[in-house]
Design a protein around this ligand. Structure first.
Ligand SMILES: [Zn+2]
Length: 243
């Protein structure tokens, strides 16, 4: 028994060190300013014109169709990938928009927020990442503000993978994606990109207007593990933000 544990610990340490040598980070010579130069396939981080995150201000009123979400599905695993804490979903959670079906793959977090609203940062932002069968991407973003203790977020905190490369099975925590959404699903909409390399563009962004509350202590638990993992604001260029 002892031997098995030792080998497992060693494997985990090796895994963690691989993560530590990841090509990009949030600081110094591998930080956001340099992402576009680190690898040819990250070039769009530097030359893209529709990059995320952005400051959401000057949004134009439009008749937006309600965001049609089916999130009554449990998260399966909770992973620390050295950049973020990411929950991977069981199959079945969906977003329907623009006549297309997007499957919810995972959700993950940034401290502090990446997008800002009228110049204001939130202590934390959650990204729900979806894809169609053809690989079109959509992100639903939820802002978190300091307030009441959040029981759904506590399920994640209780199962937090503390080390890079660590992944926990969280099926028994019984956390559904819908538990993390605010009451109102009104949103800001714009085109953007992934906020991490390779910064792929053509991502439909839906930032929910109503923030979700969690306690300062709970935010701290995420911060403690992830550190500051938000990419700086990117220029809007020719894009329009709809509300
Ligand atoms: Zn993200």
């Amino acid at each position: 028994m002892k031997k098995i544990l030792t080998i497992a610990a060693l494997a985990s340490a090796m895994f963690a060190s691989n993560y530590a040598h990841s090509t990009w980070s949030y600081s110094e010579k591998t930080g956001p300013e340099y992402w576009g130069d680190l690898k040819p396939e990250y070039k769009i981080c530097k030359i893209g014109k529709n990059q995320s995150p952005i400051d959401i201000s000057g949004a134009v009123s439009a008749t937006l169709t309600p965001v049609n979400i089916y999130y009554d599905i449990k998260a399966k695993t909770f992973l620390n990938n050295g950049h973020t804490l990411k929950a991977e979903m069981k199959d079945g959670a969906k977003l329907y928009i623009d006549g297309k079906e997007f499957r919810l793959l995972q959700f993950h977090f940034h401290t502090p927020s990446e997008n800002t609203i009228n110049g204001e940062y939130f202590p934390m932002e959650g990204h729900f990442v979806h894809s169609t069968k053809n690989g079109e991407l959509a992100v639903v973003s939820v802002m978190f503000k300091i307030g009441r203790h959040n029981p759904a977020m506590q399920k994640l905190i209780n199962n937090m993978p503390k080390h890079a490369g660590e992944k926990k099975n969280i099926c028994s925590a019984n956390l559904k994606a819908k538990d993390l959404l605010p009451k109102s699903l009104e949103y800001y909409r714009f085109n953007g990109s992934l906020t991490t390399p390779p910064c792929t563009e053509g991502v439909r962004w839906f930032v929910l207007k109503e923030p979700v509350q969690m306690s300062a202590e709970q935010v701290k638990e995420f911060e403690k593990i992830m550190g500051k993992n938000n990419r700086p604001i990117q220029p809007l260029n020719a894009r329009v933000i709809l509300k």
